[in-house]
Design a protein around this ligand. Structure first.
Ligand code: ATP
Ligand code: MG
Length: 562
């Protein structure tokens, strides 16, 4: 018995509908879903929710899930996007097997169905300008007005439609409309457009077509052709369902059940492909896969794992209400995963030199450092200790306030895996800036414990000057400074003013020698600083690290206080 059969597991409303259908035998026990991206951009983490839902349900119910590109809009679609979408779905861990489809493969069938609707008196060629078609639809409280072309004969409609296909007319001369009801309560059913003349090439059909079907005249029929049972989509399609149903019923074809669920929205994040494209084109980010982007390719480069993204999608669940999920939920997924699996390493990102004045010059020693306290099997490594070290500048204060427990003159702290050190003095340049910190160490405290049982209030990370490896380290923070920047409907919204100017800071870090030559994709924790990944383009002799996430949710808290 799989989880989905177990009555003890709480099920979301989509799975409850499927259970109900399986009980009533509505689809004969078949569960067939699809994920239908439009190839006009890269997939983002919102899409991941739809992917996990559609492919996940197919897996749970022993069904199938198709990948279908909804490529009815010839202009904005590109092969680059098709390939990236396929790679991203595979990376997430799902497989459409041999069921890769394109709505454009159905153009001929859709055309035949359009002729069928014309022949049955259910569609007509309308020659009003688009503006008049729009104004003629009325308002929610007032009915629309019939187009003067509504009463064209079947013969005339067929003739005009065939000549539209043959390219005899210019764009905007005619459209094909469904003949439903200009007074219908649902505005969308007031004779919606089925076909437009577009004299543009399509990325798959080339110049074969100069008329293109609308989304509404394509989507349900594509589902129907593929034998989809549950056509799962986001809430904004709820108002289109009556039209989806009308086309399937009027054509008398297999009629899948459309089910709508809530989109994933994340704080400090933008999910609209249109706006993400602007970020790319206007150079606010380096590309679709910039590690700050909410795209799957960006998150991958940032260091997120497929498991962390799938887990988020499961946890936010599906409902009928749009809401905002906290970005921290996603960050906590990767924190939890990497806490268990990632090596701990020491790296100093804002270095200041420490000289241990009572440590013999020229001497070094190798100390044992545990790789992962959460995983004994990860073992340990050696770190080199010597007279000259780097520590974080922030870990020292000349005149520390009461609550500052780290290093200050006369204070003793522990260096991780090494010794207790006590600060005796500082060296300053002519401008009074501290350039070096002078300390003594207690040889009795090797390994980090004092035999007399005395305690220190801080344990600090460090790297020895002699063995330090330089690396470029990108410190990423959210792209936006405002929690809610995703109101795509609001055209007047000055959303770019909320871009975070400090979303990327780049520093040169001093890393412990175990990190020399790290391979791209390697993830580890820099102790006390966060989780990091070696950038995909990184070379062994010129290391580049990306910060995946800090250890705690410090950014959002600090940002909220501002
Ligand atoms: P966007 O609004 O970001 O441009 P879209 O809806 O136009 O995205 P599609 O390529 O049409 O993008 O989306 C493919 C599928 O992914 C659709 O079924 C859509 O409902 C779903 N989807 C898109 N965005 C989200 C989201 N934020 N959360 C959940 N599902 C989403
Ligand atoms: Mg869409």
């Amino acid at each position: 018995m799989s989880d989905s059969d177990s009555p003890s597991v709480h099920k979301d409303f989509v799975r409850q509908i499927i259970d109900g259908d399986n009980d009533s035998g509505k689809w004969g026990g078949v569960v067939h879903t699809r994920f239908p991206p439009e190839p006009n951009g890269y997939l983002h983490i919102g899409h991941a929710k739809a992917i996990c839902l559609n492919f996940g349900i197919a897996e749970e119910y022993g069904g199938k899930c198709n990948l279908r590109f909804d490529d009815t809009n010839p202009e904005k679609e590109e092969v680059e996007y098709v390939e990236s979408i396929k790679a991203d779905i595979r990376w997430l861990g799902f497989d459409w097997e041999d069921r890769l489809f394109f709505a454009s493969d159905y153009f001929e069938q859709l055309y035949q169905w359009a002729e069928q609707l014309i022949t049955d008196g259910n569609a007509y060629v309308c020659s009003l300008p688009l503006e008049e078609i729009r104004s003629g639809r009325g308002t929610p409280s007032e009915p629309g007005t019939d187009s003067p072309y509504r009463s064209r004969s079947v013969e005339e409609n067929l003739d005009l439609f065939r000549r539209m296909r043959a390219g005899e007319f210019d764009e905007g001369d005619h459209v094909l409309r469904a003949k439903i009801d200009m007074g219908h309560q649902v505005m969308l059913l007031r004779d919606p457009i089925m076909y437009r003349i577009r004299k543009v090439e399509h990325h798959r059909t080339g110049d074969q077509w100069c008329i293109y079907p609308t989304y509404d005249f394509t989507h349900g029929q594509s589902d129907s052709i593929e034998g989809i049972t549950h056509s799962i989509c986001t809430l904004e399609f709820e108002n289109r369902r009556p039209l989806y149903d009308w086309y399937c019923d009027t054509l008398g074809i297999h009629h899948p059940q459309q089910i709508e669920f809530n989109r994933l929205n994340l704080t400090y994040t933008m999910m609209s492909k249109r706006r993400l494209l602007l970020l790319v084109n206007e150079g606010h980010v380096d590309g679709w896969d910039d590690p700050r982007m909410p795209t799957l390719s960006g998150l991958r480069r940032r260091g997120y794992t497929p498991a962390s993204i799938r887990s988020l999608c499961t946890k936010v669940g599906v409902t009928k209400h749009n809401a905002m999920a906290d970005l921290v939920l996603l960050e906590n997924e990767i924190r939890d995963e990497l806490n268990k699996s990632a090596d701990r390493r020491m790296a100093v990102l804002n270095p200041i030199k420490v000289t241990i004045t009572n440590y013999p010059e020229g001497q070094t020693e190798e100390l044992d450092a545990v790789n992962n306290p959460e995983d004994e099997s990860a073992g340990s490594r050696k770190v080199t200790f010597g007279r000259e070290l780097y520590i974080e500048r922030d870990d020292f204060m000349e005149n520390p306030p009461r609550k500052f427990f780290r290093l200050g003159i006369g204070r003793e702290v522990r260096l991780r895996w090494a010794y207790f050190i006590t600060c005796t003095d500082v060296v300053k340049d002519d401008d009074g800036n501290i350039t070096e910190i002078l300390c003594t160490y207690d040889p009795e405290t090797k390994g980090g414990d004092a035999p007399d049982g005395r305690k220190v209030k801080a344990t600090m990370h460090w790297v020895s000057v002699d063995t330090a490896v330089d690396a470029t380290v990108h410190l990423y923070d959210p792209l936006f400074t405002k929690e809610d920047v995703d109101d795509v409907e609001d055209e007047s919204l000055d959303w770019k003013s909320n871009l975070n100017p400090d979303s990327r800071k780049t520093v040169t870090g001093k890393l412990e020698q175990a990190l020399a030559g790290s391979e791209s994709g390697y993830r580890c924790q820099f102790e006390r600083l966060g989780y990091f990944i070696v950038e995909q383009s990184s070379q062994p002799d010129a290391l580049v690290f990306n910060r995946i996430v800090t250890l705690k949710d410090a950014w959002a808290k600090a940002n909220k206080k501002k």
